[in-house]
Design a protein around this ligand. Structure first.
Ligand SMILES: *[C@@H]1O[C@H](CO)[C@@H](O)[C@H](O)[C@H]1NC(C)=O
Ligand SMILES: *[C@@H]1O[C@H](CO)[C@@H](O)[C@H](O)[C@H]1NC(C)=O
Ligand SMILES: *[C@@H]1O[C@H](CO)[C@@H](O)[C@H](O)[C@H]1NC(C)=O
Ligand SMILES: *[C@@H]1O[C@H](CO)[C@@H](O)[C@H](O)[C@H]1NC(C)=O
Ligand SMILES: *[C@@H]1O[C@H](CO)[C@@H](O)[C@H](O)[C@H]1NC(C)=O
Ligand SMILES: [Zn+2]
Length: 418
């Protein structure tokens, strides 16, 4: 090569190399203008409760100026966020106490957020609604119930939450419910009770399929994951979980489950929390990209999504500090040779496909009657519950040995008499 050409090459490389990052970022933003991100899990509603007791009209609660959260309106705009499942989380501590009431209040605060900032948010409840929001440049806002304790073991409450707009439910948070085991049974911090789902838990999943509510397997035990992936008629999501193969934390999805994710056309929306990304207190953007690459390799590009867990965690990766940073992550995927189609899948299209399949199953099950069989009374914990209905003699999801059932019936009968 003549000397002159070498210098031209050096010059071209010098110009090209530093600009690669900027070029990828520009390309990421171009793609996200067409296909913005739909994130699987954001805990802003919990912050609104903790900071302001859900008083949205306090001047300091203004979502345009709020500056000590991962999420605010300018950051959502910068991040090209076009859809968000807002978590209507209530802690496990509320189980058998005021879980249902508090869940309703968190659903109310999301609805009021949409009403107070109509130029930014639009509350939607189906896949078409998300696409309409994309067209109008609004953030499609959906509600995800984080933890089966929110339904207090009642199919009637489950259906009511659906009617109020809940479109996914995480079957457990970090505690067992009376019908499903959570991830802490895999760390020996809690005893397994159901080894997956109880008979009533299976009914909950069937009813979610019938209703068209997405089943979320973040936070559940591996046995629960497998039980659900075996029986669900529709694909499921992990709304905010990363890959166990990269960071062996029990909140993450193990390899054999990733195979089932692929087989069921389900979705893993990768969590950005440092602890789940690197199993340590520090992480960076490329560590998160490693999880996305890994899920893609193990389960296919159609199984990848984003579930940042913003405002629900304390340690976030360098480069992904708040919701304005999604384009930087997309730029990283582009430099890792993800195709535009793969990127659009991870951003939104994979979630939209899962949601449409869930809606299709709902349609197919239109002729099926709502499940009516209640959980057995003795499977409930907590002395605050009344027993109305249980003395009618109508059956429950799990029957006791006859002797015990007779004693219980007598106790209930006596307690109603006195
Ligand atoms: C954050 O907002 C508060 C008012 O809500 C304001 O007093 C404070 O100066 C702001 N901080 C920054 C860094 O902008
Ligand atoms: C929030 O603050 C912005 C900027 O100061 C203002 O324009 C807007 O009306 C406020 N919104 C609400 C709901 O208070
Ligand atoms: C899946 O369900 C079938 C019956 O529908 C059952 O025979 C099988 O054991 C289940 N597998 C798992 C892993 O739960
Ligand atoms: C992220 O951290 C890893 C070490 O965990 C390091 O190898 C890599 O260069 C870092 N990437 C960036 C973009 O800082
Ligand atoms: C991306 O593709 C280019 C060109 O084919 C190749 O040189 C590069 O090594 C690839 N990068 C990765 C991370 O696979
Ligand atoms: Zn969570």
């Amino acid at each position: 090569m003549p000397g002159g050409s070498v210098w031209v090459l050096v010059l071209v490389l010098a110009l090209a190399l530093p600009s690669t990052g900027q070029q990828s970022l520009d390309e990421a933003k171009r793609i996200m203008n067409i296909t913005p991100v739909i994130d699987g899990h954001n805990d802003l509603p919990w912050q609104l409760l903790k900071k302001f007791n859900n008083q949205l009209r306090l001047p300091e609660a203004n979502l345009s100026v709020l500056n000590d959260t991962h999420t605010n309106i300018p950051k959502l705009r910068q991040g090209h966020v076009g859809g968000q499942f807002w978590s209507v989380y209530v802690p496990c501590e509320t189980q058998n106490k005021d879980a249902v009431r508090r869940t309703l209040e968190q659903m109310d605060v999301v609805q009021r957020m949409c009403d107070l900032y109509p130029e930014t948010f639009t509350c939607v409840t189906d896949s078409n609604g998300i696409q309409e929001a994309f067209q109008s440049g609004k953030v499609a806002s959906l509600m995800g119930v984080e933890g089966g304790h929110s339904i207090d073991s009642s199919l009637g409450v489950l259906r009511s939450l659906y009617r109020l707009g809940a479109r996914y439910m995480t079957l457990t948070h970090s505690c067992n419910t009376p019908w499903a085991d959570n991830w802490l049974v895999d760390t020996d911090d809690e005893k397994p009770v159901h080894h997956g789902l109880s008979p009533f838990g299976k009914m909950v999943v069937e009813e979610m399929n019938r209703l068209g509510m997405i089943v979320d397997l973040a936070h559940v035990s591996v046995d629960t994951m497998k039980a659900v992936l075996n029986i669900s008629k529709a694909p499921v999501i992990f709304s905010h979980s990363s890959a166990y193969g990269i960071c062996p934390h029990r909140r993450n999805v193990p390899d054999d489950v990733l195979q089932l994710v692929a087989a069921t056309r389900s979705l893993v929306m990768v969590n950005f929390y440092n602890t789940y990304v690197t199993c340590s207190n520090t992480a960076n953007l490329s560590d998160v990209a490693d999880h996305l690459d890994y899920v893609k390799k193990m389960a296919g590009a159609q199984a990848v999504g984003f579930g940042g867990d913003y405002d629900g965690v304390t340690g976030l990766p360098t480069g992904l500090e708040d919701v304005s940073k999604y384009p930087a992550l997309v730029a990283e995927l582009l430099t890792r040779n993800w195709t535009e189609q793969e990127v659009k899948g991870a951003l939104a299209e994979n979630l939209l496909r899962v949601f449409r399949e869930v809606e299709k199953v709902k349609k197919d099950l239109q002729g099926t009657a709502p499940a009516e069989i209640p959980i057995a009374f003795e499977e409930l914990e907590g002395s605050c519950r009344t027993s109305y209905g249980y003395t009618s003699g109508a059956g429950t999801a799990q029957r006791l040995p006859p002797g015990l059932a007779l004693v219980l019936a007598l106790v209930l009968l006596l307690s109603e008499l006195f």
